[in-house]
Ligand binder design. Structure first.
Ligand code: ADE
Ligand code: ZN
Length: 323
């Protein structure tokens, strides 16, 4: 990777479980005595051709079986931070999926302590400031999400906010109004996936019914010109993930990605890697692909990097350091 892409950046859309590289999956499986359905690197890698979001999610949840101990969660998190550092990331807001671990019998405290122990030394070890966001699975019930949020609050989990992820189609934002009200009352920041595979109406409802502060993805917003005007007027941050959109076939090709149109419409867009172990790269590879495809100039790269820092939930003093 050349240094021209190493502008200081914030990564705002990153699922820590999506950083589990195939090599680490095999290592953790061996460490924990877990028999994998795809036991060799070649077998496992052969599964990484996705037809859509659900196809990816099936593998993503299955691979989590290797995460058993606090050390497993900590090792995964440290491996991400090391790669993010090499990609120019200086601040990372990291999502994890508590329900996905609880559903496999892993106590919340194991996931929370493992991830947060690695984050605690991130600034010193990697120069990356961090924050943790609990993402709720929209294909599960609101009652389940509310119960898990209460458990996180009761245990004093060091989360700054909540997110909403997993299968978007058929699971509209209106299902989670009480969850987001509860999070707001608890003083938590609020983000949600919308307009990844779902329609522009999901972006409207995520803003108006859930009161989120950022939209994760939001690429289908370009299908609705009124929505584009609203997003531009309010400068709503959109955490766009180009390589993810290509690999999950939300767009046909990178050339067909709406990023240039979004920038031209004055939207507050930033670049992120989503699930980098699954989609062909971390922040650096996402920027490199965009430069190769669209010939983004230094001004555009600085705008994207600046947007990420301004749209972060980092303390103002930290933002000032990075801008
Ligand atoms: N969980 C992990 N990655 C996701 C994505 N791209 N969309 C929805 N849910 C996810
Ligand atoms: Zn995502």
């Amino acid at each position: 990777m050349t240094t021209e892409f190493l502008l200081p950046t914030a990564e705002l859309h990153l699922h820590i479980e999506g950083t589990l590289e195939p090599e680490l999956i095999l290592e953790l499986a061996a460490r924990n005595g877990i028999a994998l359905p795809h036991p060799t690197l070649a077998d496992l890698r052969a599964q990484y051709e996705f037809t859509d979001l659900q196809h990816f999610l099936d593998l993503y949840y299955a691979n989590m079986a290797v995460l058993v101990t606090e050390a497993d969660f900590a090792d995964m998190t440290r491996a991400y931070l090391l790669r993010a550092q090499a990609s120019g990331v200086r601040h990372a807001e990291i999502m994890f999926d508590p329900q996905a671990h609880l559903g496999r019998g892993i106590p919340l405290s194991t996931a929370v302590r493992g991830i947060s122990s690695a984050l605690a030394s991130s600034q010193d070890e990697f120069g990356i400031s961090t924050a943790l966001i609990a993402a709720f699975l929209r294909d599960q019930s609101e009652e389940s999400a509310l119960a898990v949020l209460e458990e996180l609050l009761a245990m004093g989990a060091p989360i700054i906010g909540i997110g909403l992820d997993s299968a978007e189609v058929g699971n509209p934002p209106s299902k989670f109004i009480r969850l987001f009200e509860r999070a707001r009352a608890a003083g938590l920041r609020r983000v949600a996936h919308a307009g990844e595979e779902g329609p522009p109406s999901h972006v409207w409802d995520t803003l108006d019914l859930l009161g989120v502060e950022r939209i994760d993805h939001g690429i289908r917003s370009v299908e609705d010109s009124m929505l584009v005007r609203r997003l531009a007027a309010d400068q709503v941050p959109l955490t766009v993930c180009p390589l993810s959109n290509v690999r999950l076939r939300a767009v046909d090709t990178l050339a067909a990605h709406p990023l240039p149109q979004m920038l031209a419409s004055g939207l507050n867009v930033c670049i992120n890697s989503d699930d980098p172990a699954y989609f062909g790269g971390y922040m650096g590879e996402n920027f490199q692909s965009l430069v190769a495809e669209f010939g983004l100039d230094v001004d555009a790269l600085e705008l994207l990097a600046g947007n990420s820092i301004r749209s972060s939930f980092a303390p103002e003093a930290r933002k000032a350091q990075l801008l």
